[in-house]
Design a protein around this ligand. Structure first.
Ligand SMILES: [Zn+2]
Length: 476
């Protein structure tokens, strides 16, 4: 399997540190607002990568941090006159809810900065002792000149970085590229005690501290948006490698921008749609197909027309599933023993795997799915009496690829009611809310949702990573 590594600027064979296991860290949101559909692209592509690694049999430990203390959160807290903690909690909850709606698998860990203050302080202390950090009146900075190899991820020399980058101008710093590890408390801001006085951590140090704590000093994969290469990821390398003396990350992966009219979608430019806006018009499966049809590293233009087109494509997959389900439930299925009608579906599986093995080439993988749909429809057209095993194979293929890896199909919702009824949507909604309650450790509510659904004849079954349901007849 090949992965394009930002650090070496080439595709490399993927070899994990521990055979059969992958540690993967993705920079998560700063929780001060709803996330936009450009952020959703990164989260969804990271999810597809993780799902594919699992498909290949790797045991993946997946962590995504939540930046729950930051200038933007403090600004919002002042604007809305509520505590910074309350701002963070509100948007963590919204983030988890929208992630679930986008059919993004739960991370194994969602470490929060405010829950790792001691780890962060410990790391800064170590950097200070090793001579990589300096303290000016309670503000601690990283001394970039001390780290050999600064700029290796972005591939730039320090003088180029200085002139080209949006780095904060601060007269206290020795060098414009030096960055904050610990920020001295200002009046009215949340702060924590530290050896340098009251303050709060910088953004970059949180990712170094939390990723190394939970995944070890060297990670297999670290991913994030391309805008994080410099300075965020460059700084993570400087901090982590100065601390451990080891290589921090073996494979650096970066997601391309989502553009709107050829301009990067961003909060600061104001040209954005929230994921929630888009979810109100398009299904998660359609949104995911739209993203999967472009390689994760390239730029992608966002428009409603393109999403509508993706929706039409997604419908073709659903139509095939409905067709197969109808044949399976009719009396005809199973009568034929005509094995000559059995096409070789293995070749589709092989093409899917070789596309995904080549640096997660999802556009090619989705093309394989559409070729498969076409071929399956052709065989059904030409053979009125297909045997049951063959029809089940069609569903198996779509389930393991389109559903489990790409997340562009939900077989659960293509049910006996032709999939699109309000009732099924409501059941799915309750399942999502129950998953959210479980993440938030509100087991009382999650049990209540399960029990109440059972009373009206909907039985939930928790599988490893998802919950499925079936409808049963009730006495009532
Ligand atoms: Zn990060």
């Amino acid at each position: 399997m090949l992965i394009y590594n930002t650090l070496t600027r080439k595709k490399e064979e993927f070899i994990p540190i521990h055979e059969g296991q992958v540690s993967m860290y993705v920079c998560g949101p700063t929780v001060y607002d709803l996330f936009h559909i450009g952020n959703a692209r990164s989260f969804i592509m990271a999810d597809i990568i993780r799902r594919y690694l699992e498909f290949k049999g790797f045991k993946v430990k997946f962590a995504m941090n939540l930046t729950d203390i930051d200038d933007k959160i403090i600004k919002k807290s002042n604007q809305e006159n509520i505590e910074a903690k309350a701002v963070a909690e509100k948007y963590i909850s919204a983030f988890l809810e929208d992630s679930l709606k986008l059919n993004i698998k739960r991370a194994d860990l969602y470490p929060k900065a405010t829950e790792h203050i001691n780890d962060i302080i410990g790391l800064i202390k170590d950097l200070e002792e090793k001579g990589y950090a300096y303290n000016i009146d309670g503000n601690v900075f990283y001394d970039v000149s001390k780290f050999f190899g600064y700029g290796k991820l972005s591939g730039k020399k320090t003088d180029e970085l200085e002139s080209g980058a949006r780095i904060e101008i601060n007269e206290e710093k020795k060098n414009p590229l030096d960055f904050s590890l610990w920020k001295k408390a200002k009046i009215g801001e949340p702060s924590w005690e530290s050896p340098w006085g009251k303050g709060r951590p910088g953004w970059h140090i949180e990712c170094s501290a939390m990723s190394m704590k939970h995944l070890g000093e060297t990670l297999d994969i670290h991913a994030g948006g391309s805008d994080l290469i410099f300075p965020h990821h460059e700084n993570e390398i400087a901090q982590s490698e100065a601390h451990s003396g080891r290589k921090f990350v073996n494979y650096w992966m970066h997601f391309g921008f989502l553009n709107i009219q050829n301009e990067k979608m961003s909060k600061s430019l104001g040209n954005f749609f929230t994921a929630r806006d888009v979810l109100s018009k398009f299904s998660a499966e359609t949104i995911r197909l739209f993203f999967a049809q472009t390689h994760y590293a390239g730029p992608l233009n966002f428009s409603e027309e393109l999403l509508t087109a993706a929706g039409k494509g997604q419908e073709k997959i659903v139509n095939l599933v409905e067709r197969v389900n109808q044949l399976l439930s009719s009396d005809k299925a199973g009568q034929s023993t005509n094995s000559s009608s059995q096409a070789d579906f293995n070749s589709f599986r092989e093409s899917f795997v070789s596309a995904m093995d080549d640096d997660f080439n999802t556009p090619q993988a989705t093309a394989v799915i559409f070729d498969f749909v076409k071929e399956a429809n052709r065989i059904i057209d030409e053979n009125p009496n297909l045997d049951k095993a063959f029809l089940e194979k069609i569903l198996e293929f779509l389930s393991s690829t389109a559903q489990d890896v790409l997340g562009i199909l939900n077989l659960n919702s293509v049910g006996n009611d032709n999939g699109k009824s309000l009732e099924n949507d409501l059941i799915e909604l309750l399942i999502r809310l129950r998953s959210k309650a479980k993440i938030e450790k509100n087991y009382k509510l999650s049990d209540e949702i399960r029990d109440e659904l059972k009373k009206i004849g909907v039985v939930l079954q928790d599988q490893k990573e998802k919950t499925i349901y079936k409808k049963v007849k009730t006495d009532a």
